[in-house]
Design a protein around this ligand. Structure first.
Ligand code: C2E
Ligand code: MG
Ligand code: MG
Ligand code: MG
Length: 280
């Protein structure tokens, strides 16, 4: 009967809600000790400079292998980490690891390889964020010239405070990029005032760019804006040759995406250093 069905549906909902909450609590507890349990690692995704056809840097992307649940996507655990404040600890860890790796590459003679690290808004808004970054650079002896911080548009809303913070970071010698650019709500006049170096074009605009004329128009507009503001550009989520060609023709500086390589474990980065697009 309808009543029974209703009851079942209600019970199903109830059970799955319980499961959902249990899962969330388990993940949250897991996240608390993930670093100590060595479950966190970093995958590095290369960036190709189009003019030189060379890998000029990598992005550090956090990976979590839970003992019970296996690999958990950042789109699941990063929001949870932000909700619980654990992102501060995780963010420190990633930045430190990435800087240690930078130093290692320098010691091994790997030249001119930059590393970018994603910085959550909660992390960026900490009062002592600049001091934390400075301390990590000092501890690890990483060369700040090769470090880039990826922040999002939502980190840049409180203009005056943000500008002074960004200036201090740039005085340390590091670069700043705006990640997922175009997907947020910042206005052009706002971007104009920010002391940043790179616009990272959101992959939603690269998606199907070979067929989607609005995406082509949006990307052209972002590239023109970047030229006028003297900013570099990188497109994320480049998956095929056609997309690569279009971005090259339009004058985008760098690309990143599965067409070049997916994010890889650190041991594989040196192999990718010699990558070139050869079919063009
Ligand atoms: P993001 O910083 O915009 O990173 C790009 C995401 O797109 C990565 O997903 C990457 O693996 C994926 N990707 C790269 N190339 C392609 C492609 O060609 N096609 C498609 N469909 N996807 C591609 P991932 O590693 O799952 O990370 C998702 C998001 O989680 C990141 O987006 C970033 O916002 C966040 N995240 C990852 N690691 C960290 C971290 O250490 N700290 C913080 N605060 N956030 C992080
Ligand atoms: Mg990023
Ligand atoms: Mg991005
Ligand atoms: Mg993105």
């Amino acid at each position: 009967s309808a009543k029974e069905q209703g009851k079942n549906r209600y019970q199903t909902f109830n059970v799955s809600m319980d499961d959902h909450i249990t899962l969330k609590v388990n993940l949250e507890n897991g996240l608390r000790k993930a670093i100590e349990l060595n479950e966190m690692s970093i995958a590095y995704q290369p960036k190709l400079e189009l003019l030189s056809n060379e890998i000029i840097g990598v992005e550090a992307l956090l990976r979590w292998k839970h003992s019970e649940y296996g690999n958990i996507s950042p789109s699941t655990f990063i929001p949870l980490a932000e909700e619980t404040g654990l992102i501060l600890k995780l963010g420190d860890w990633v930045l430190r690891e990435a800087c240690l790796q930078l130093k290692k590459w320098e010691d091994e003679g790997v030249e001119h390889l930059g590393v970018s690290v994603n910085v959550s808004t909660i992390q960026f808004l900490q009062k002592d964020f600049v001091e934390k970054v400075e301390a990590i650079l000092k501890d690890t002896l990483a060369d700040p010239v090769y470090l880039e911080l990826e922040i999002t548009e939502s980190s840049t809303m409180d203009t005056e405070l943000v500008i002074s913070k960004l200036k201090k970071l740039k005085q340390l010698g590091i670069k700043i990029s705006i990640d997922d650019f175009g997907s947020g709500y910042s206005s052009l006049s706002h971007i104009k005032n920010l002391p940043i170096d790179i616009l990272k074009i959101d992959k939603s605009f690269i998606n199907d760019i070979e067929n989607d004329h609005s995406n082509q128009a949006i990307v052209s507009t972002i590239l023109a804006l970047a030229t006028n503001l003297n900013l570099k550009t990188i497109a994320e989520g480049v998956e095929n040759e056609r997309q690569y060609q279009i971005l090259k023709e339009k004058g985008c500086d760098q690309i990143q995406g599965y067409y070049i390589s997916k994010p890889v474990p650190v041991a594989e980065v040196s192999k990718l250093m010699h990558f070139k697009v050869t079919n063009v």
